[in-house]
Design a protein around this ligand. Sequence first.
Ligand code: FMN
Length: 306
Amino acid sequence: MQFKIGSVAVKNLLVLAPMYRISDLAFRILCRESGAGLCFSEMVNSEALIRNNKSNWLLTKTIPEDTPLGMQLFGARVESMRKAASLLIEKNRFEILDLNLGCPSHGILNQGAGAALLKRPQRISEILESWRDLGKPVTAKIRVSPNMLHTIKLAKTIEKSGASALIVHGRTIEQAHKGKTDFVAIKRIKKSLGIPVIGNGGVKDRESLELMLDKTKCDAVMVGTAAIGNPGIFSELLGKKPVAREKALFQYLALCKEFGVPRFGRIKTQSLAFLKHGKHTELKQKISSAKNLAELEAMLNKGLLN
Ligand SMILES: Cc1cc2nc3c(=O)[nH]c(=O)nc-3n(C[C@H](O)[C@H](O)[C@H](O)COP(=O)(O)O)c2cc1C
C-alpha cells in the first residue's frame, strides 16, 4: 500500500527511523534493498553544517538509489535551521526535510534542540514556517507527553505550520527509546490531523506491526531499534525471507568502502550489532580491537567464512 508525503510517493508503509550513528548511507541502501519504502538520515546538526564541518556534511551524503530520502536536522535557532536547510538543498538531492523534536539526549536538550523544543510550540512553528518556501515537503518527528491535550495541540500547530506529515514516537522523553508505546495517543493525533501520521515505537515483527496499524490507524510505520544490525527486518515485515545478518554485514562493509563513512568507530559498532544475535563471542571481542577496515574485514573473513 502506497502513501504520500506532500508530492513524494512512498511505495509501502515501512519507514526506516533516523538513528544517530546507524542510519548512514550504506545502512539505508541495505534497508531499501530489504524493502523499506522511505528512509531518514540520522539527525544532522544545523549549526555544524553552517560552520562547514566536514564530518557533518559527510553524514548528508546520498546517491540516486537512496530515494525517497528524508534528511533530519536538529537545532534551536530559526535562522540557523533555515540557513542549514537551504545549504542542504543547494548541495544535495533529497526529498523530505525533517525536524527533530524527539531527541532526549542531554547534549541536545542543553542546546534547546530536539525534545526541548516540544515545550516551545511557537519556536517549532517559526522553524517550520521558515522552511515553507524551500520547495520540499516538510515533516516533524515528535514524542508524546503525559499531557495528551498538549500533544494534540502541538500536532495541530505543526500541521498548520506547513508539515506534510507527522511522525509520532509514542513514548515520552522520560521513556527514551524503551517501554510501552502509547497507541491511544498516536490514534488521537491521527484522528485530529488531515496529514499522514507515521506511528513509531516498538515495531519489531509482523505481530507488532499489525498491532501498531490496528490500534492507531496510522498511515505508515517507522522502525528503529529492530533494524539495528538487522536491515533484513523490512523483508521480514513484508513476509519475505531476509538476507542472513552475516551476509548483510559483508554487504554493509563493501558499501562503506564505496561511499566512505565518517568514522571507523561507527563501522565497528554497526558490525557488532550485526553479530548481536549470533554465537560469535570470540569474534566480537576481536572486532572490538580492530584498528581499521582492512583489519576488521580480515577478522570477519577468518571468523565467519572459515
Ligand atoms: C541508536 C539510536 C539512535 C537514534 N537517533 C535518532 C535520531 O538521530 N533522530 C531521531 O529523531 N530519533 C532517533 N532515535 C529514535 C528513533 O528514531 C525511534 O524514534 C526510536 O528508536 C523508537 O522506535 P523503535 O521502538 O522502533 O526503536 C534513535 C534511536 C536509537 C535507538
